[in-house]
Design a binder for this molecule. Structure first.
Ligand SMILES: [Fe+2]
Length: 268
């Protein structure tokens, strides 16, 4: 496993360290798939190694979702066993609660699943905020390519508390560069609010990723609010660092799928 290092400079009196993990993808429980066992062992070993690294280095864990390829009892037990009563931030991913990552899934199934997986995580999955070392770390569910009005209101309320904010969400904000790099590896950029130009080359099953008006409004707020310093995300299975229009830093860390990465993030 490889541990990357990034620094976010926001003028804190005392630095605070995080370990960013994403896209562990504990597999579906399908005994017929021979590769499953191998992949499960690798995903679990990566998770254990990352958590041990965090503990050794006094880092607070941020997991930005798709800890599972799809929920099943085995995966939920693994999460319970490995995380125990650990205090960490989780930004739920599309795969954690949607069948096939959300393609053709129906709203009833999605709602049932999110209720089912939620008790296995340490906080509310739709929205959560916690001040850690002078930084307000906020988790927002955007795994279904939407940000709601309620989430935006709660985010504004967190910003009003006056701390610098770091946002954890599963799906990164769209940028041309990230989209082009991701499209070179498939037929979808897997980013939040893809442009019409990009959507035109997505297959039908990914068209639901077109952002709604509310999501666009929330994204504009996030990009223009000076208190929101960084977005920490996953989902594209790429290691990626960039600065959005308006100056917000966006950091994406690949997971088990792409060799096994985690990232130590120092905020100072
Ligand atoms: Fe994902």
């Amino acid at each position: 496993m490889e541990f990357l290092k990034s620094t976010i400079k926001i003028g804190l009196e005392k630095p605070v360290g995080f370990l960013h993990i994403s896209d562990t993808h504990l597999p579906k429980d399908d005994p017929a798939d021979e590769k499953n066992g191998e992949f499960r062992a690798k995903a679990e070993a990566d998770l254990i190694e990352a958590l041990e690294y965090a503990d050794r280095n006094g880092l607070y864990v941020l997991h930005t979702g798709d800890i599972m390829t799809y929920w099943n009892e085995k995966n939920l037990k693994t999460i319970d066993r490995l995380f125990g009563s650990r205090d960490y931030i989780f930004a739920v991913g599309n795969h954690d609660f949607c069948h096939e990552g959300g393609y053709f899934d129906d709203p009833e199934n999605i709602e049932r699943n999110i209720k089912l997986v939620a008790p296995h995580f340490p906080h509310n999955l739709v929205f959560y905020a916690k001040v850690i070392g002078g930084v307000n770390v906020v988790s927002v569910l955007n795994g279904f390519f939407r940000i709601s009005e309620g989430q935006l209101e709660m985010l504004r309320a967190e910003v009003a508390k006056g701390y610098p904010v770091i946002l954890c969400m599963h799906v990164p904000f769209f940028t041309q560069e990230h989209a082009a790099a991701r499209l070179a590896r498939g037929n979808c950029a897997h980013l939040l609010a893809p442009t019409e130009e990009y959507l035109a080359c997505y297959p039908e099953k990914f068209q639901f990723q077109r952002a709604d008006e509310m999501t666009l409004r929330a994204m504009e707020y996030i990009k223009s609010e000076p208190a929101i310093k960084a977005i920490i995300a996953g989902h594209t299975h790429m290691n990626w660092e960039e600065v959005l229009d308006g100056g917000t830093i966006q950091i994406v860390t690949a997971g088990t799928f792409e060799g096994g990465y985690a990232r130590e993030i120092t905020v100072e």
